[in-house]
Each structure stands twice: as structure tokens, then as C-alpha cells.
Design a protein around this ligand. Structure first.
Ligand SMILES: Cc1cc2nc3c(=O)[nH]c(=O)nc-3n(C[C@H](O)[C@H](O)[C@H](O)COP(=O)(O)OP(=O)(O)OC[C@H]3O[C@@H](n4cnc5c(N)ncnc54)[C@H](O)[C@@H]3O)c2cc1C
Ligand code: SF4
Length: 341
């Protein structure tokens, strides 16, 4: 009998896994809580480190989704009933779906910058987030609120990550390299603008990321300042005054910029708590879903027949997410072949 797998979350991890499972002959159900598939990557303009349009990647992965996959958008799972090795999933529209295995690919949500009141997001016009800036790059309009080109721009790293005050101790991993990418894009758009990145540590973990960082300094003259912002204020003409400490020379700094970009990090989605309760999954103290073990069984959960992939278990970049989705398919196949009739 053909086995049926439910994939919960239609970002790149969910789509990649759903496409692969279908191509291997499984009956696949893909459940997405939003109206469209694509997840967070569909919100980005161009990707680090190659500046490839994000839409190229999302569209390529979407092409792998065969018409045999049952895609249910605007829906989530509200209840799970286990019957030996089968699962019945109750969806938010009150329909019931029976499956043999479940893959959770619910990804992340971007940290809400309103929670860092001292940085002035939602209060000062010219304080934006990296997500807002992606939208501006996509629309080819990167302007201050008064319609003028920014002459001086600052990027603040680690907003909502590595921050005990907001209960996020971990590093979101991708925001340092995103800041480098966006700083370069800003200089490409406005070559005479002064661009600063205020960082705690620079984490360039991926292939070519260090080269990208090097180019930002050598080719684009982006200034990297080791220092943490303490607060932002506004002048009468809507410029942003930053108070920080240069932690390399141990001196306080005061800089006035036209635009401040907050590098907001990744968080486990608020909906993970309900989903974890319903699927009996475990969450770590960082609220991401905990796999059965971090090395060999990192696509398995503590619940037999329920698997995980992508950024729902930790911050990941796109290649890591896709590799994780593919390895989850192998783990599911192994399980269905070995343990179910
Ligand atoms: C600002 C920023 C820029 C980035 N730029 C890059 C880049 O240039 N290059 C790169 O390699 N990486 C980049 N990344 C990382 C990249 O976004 C992630 O690697 C990728 O989004 C992870 O994919 P995912 O499918 O695991 O999760 P997501 O993209 O978060 O997708 C998860 C999906 O699950 C859905 N979902 C959530 N909960 C439920 C639920 N309960 N029921 C049903 N559906 C649900 C969501 O709506 C979403 O569609 C960036 C990250 C950030 C924050
Ligand atoms: S990747 Fe960089 S900006 Fe993001 S949390 Fe880690 S150190 Fe901070």
C-alpha cells in the first residue's frame, strides 16, 4: 500500500521534502498556515553570498512539487490522534487527514523589533529592520521617510539575538552575513554614502562569506565598528542619533545617521508551542524543536514517526535547510520501510 506523509510548513524545507517524497512514490499532504508557499525566503530580495534573486531559488524548488501533492494553505494542525503506526490529523478547517508519518518544517519567525523599544523601531521614522530593507531593495526604493536618499546608514547586529533581556541567548547565524550583503547593496546604490556596521562579533561561517566581508571593507569601504548600541534617539530633522561604546578602544561613541537598520534575528514561531503540544514534541530552552539527538538522528524527534527539518530546529541558511530536508526524506523512508507494514 502507498504510504502517506504529512509535511507541516510550506517553506523551502517543506517544499523540497514534499517534492522529493512525491517523486519517490509517496502520497504527500503539504499543510501551510499562510496563503502562499515559500516561507521566509519568498520575502528576501537577493541572497548572500552570490546575490542570486531569492525568487529564482523559491521558483526552482516549487517546480519540484508534483501535481499529485495535496497542498492545503491557510491551514494548520490542531490535533493529532495516534493509532499504533498511523496518525489522524485534525486541521484548523475541521477536516481529518490520515497519514503514516509526519514531517515538521515550520521554520522560524523574525524577531519583533518593537520588543527593543530603546532602538526606536515603530517610534522613529528612519529606524527600519533588515526585513523592511529587503522589501525596499525589491521595490528599488531605498529612501528616508522624507523621500531623500540616505547619506549615512548604520546597521546594528544582534537585534533580538544573543540578548538575555529578550530571552534569546543564541546566535541567529545569518544576520552578520545579511548585514554585510545589505551594506554592500547600499553602497552599490549610493556609492558616496557612509555605511557603518556595529557588531559584537562577526560570524562569517559559510563558504565565501569571509570573502564577502573582505569585499565590503576593501571594495565598498563599509566601516565595521565593534560596539553595542545602548540607545537611539531622534533629532528635530528625523535623523537618528546612536549612542554606543566602541569596545575595541573602550570609548563611548555618538553617531548621527539618516537611516538605522536593525538586524533582527530568528526565533521559533509563536505557533510552535501549540503544534508541539499537539504532536507531543519537545522544545529546547531556545524554544526551537528538539530532535532525538543532535548528531545521528537529528531529523527524528522523540516521537516515533514524527520528523523535523529546516530552521524549526535551529537557525540555518538555505543550503543547510535544503540538505536537512533531503536527509529527513531518507530518515522517513527508512522508518516507513523498516517499521510500518
Ligand atoms: C533577514 C534574513 C535574510 C536571509 N537571507 C538569506 C540568504 O540570503 N541566504 C541564505 O542562505 N539564507 C538566508 N536566510 C535564512 C533563510 O531564510 C532560511 O534558511 C530559510 O527560510 C529556512 O527555511 P524553512 O523552510 O526551514 O523555514 P521558513 O522559511 O520559516 O518556512 C517555514 C514555513 O512553515 C510555515 N509554518 C509555520 N508554522 C506553521 C504551522 N504551525 N502550520 C503550518 N505551517 C506553518 C510558515 O508559514 C512558513 O511558510 C535569511 C534569514 C533572514 C532572517
Ligand atoms: S549572526 Fe551576527 S548579528 Fe546574528 S546573532 Fe550572530 S553574531 Fe549577532
Amino acid at each position: 500500500m502507498i504510504k502517506r506523509v504529512a509535511v507541516i510548513g510550506g517553506g523551502i524545507a517543506g517544499m523540497e521534502a514534499a517534492g522529493l517524497l512525491a517523486s519517490r512514490g509517496y502520497d504527500v499532504l503539504l499543510v501551510e498556515k499562510e496563503q502562499d508557499l515559500g516561507g521566509n525566503v519568498a520575502k528576501w530580495d537577493r541572497l548572500f553570498p552570490s546575490k542570486t534573486p531569492a525568487s529564482d531559488i523559491v521558483n526552482k524548488i516549487k517546480l519540484g512539487l508534483s501535481p499529485s501533492i495535496k497542498v492545503l494553505t491557510n491551514r494548520t494542525v490542531t490535533r493529532m490522534i495516534r493509532n499504533n503506526d498511523n496518525f489522524a490529523l485534525l486541521l484548523s478547517d475541521e477536516t481529518l487527514e490520515k497519514v503514516d508519518a509526519i514531517l515538521v518544517t515550520t521554520g522560524f519567525q523574525v524577531f519583533d523589533a518593537l520588543r527593543k523599544e530603546e532602538y526606536g523601531y515603530g517610534i522613529y521614522d528612519n529606524v527600519i529592520t533588515s526585513v523592511d530593507l529587503e522589501r525596499m531593495f525589491a521595490s528599488k526604493k531605498v529612501l528616508c521617510k522624507n523621500g531623500k536618499e540616505p547619506k549615512c546608514v548604520a546597521f546594528i547586529h544582534c537585534v533580538g539575538s544573543r540578548d538575555e533581556k529578550v530571552n534569546n541567548h543564541y546566535c541567529s547565524r545569518v544576520c552578520c552575513i545579511t548585514a554585510v550583503k545589505q551594506a554592500i547593496e547600499m553602497k552599490e546604490l549610493y556609492p558616496t554614502a557612509d555605511v557603518y556596521c556595529f557588531y559584537m562579533d562577526l560570524r562569517m561561517f559559510g563558504r565565501y562569506y569571509e570573502d564577502f566581508y573582505h569585499d565590503a571593507q576593501a571594495k565598498y569601504s563599509v566601516s565595521f565598528v565593534r560596539g553595542r548600541l545602548s540607545e537611539a534617539g531622534e533629532t528635530h530633522d528625523n535623523k537618528i542619533v546612536l549612542k554606543a561604546e566602541d569596545t575595541l578602544i573602550g570609548k563611548p561613541l555618538k553617531v548621527t545617521v539618516d537611516m538605522l537598520v536593525l538586524m533582527t534575528g530568528m526565533e521559533s514561531p509563536d505557533t510552535t508551542e501549540n503544534l508541539s503540544a499537539c504532536l507531543e514534541l519537545e522544545q529546547g530552552n531556545d524554544r526551537f524543536i528538539t530532535p532525538a539527538d543532535p548528531y545521528i538522528h537529528n531529523n527524528c524527534t522523540h516521537r516515533r514517526g514524527i520528523f523535523v527539518a529546516g530552521a524549526c530546529t535551529a537557525p540555518k541558511n538555505i543550503p543547510e535547510t535544503l540538505a536537512d530536508a533531503r536527509s529527513a526524506v531518507v530518515a522517513i523512508e527508512d522508518y516507513l520501510f523498516t517499521y510500518t507494514d
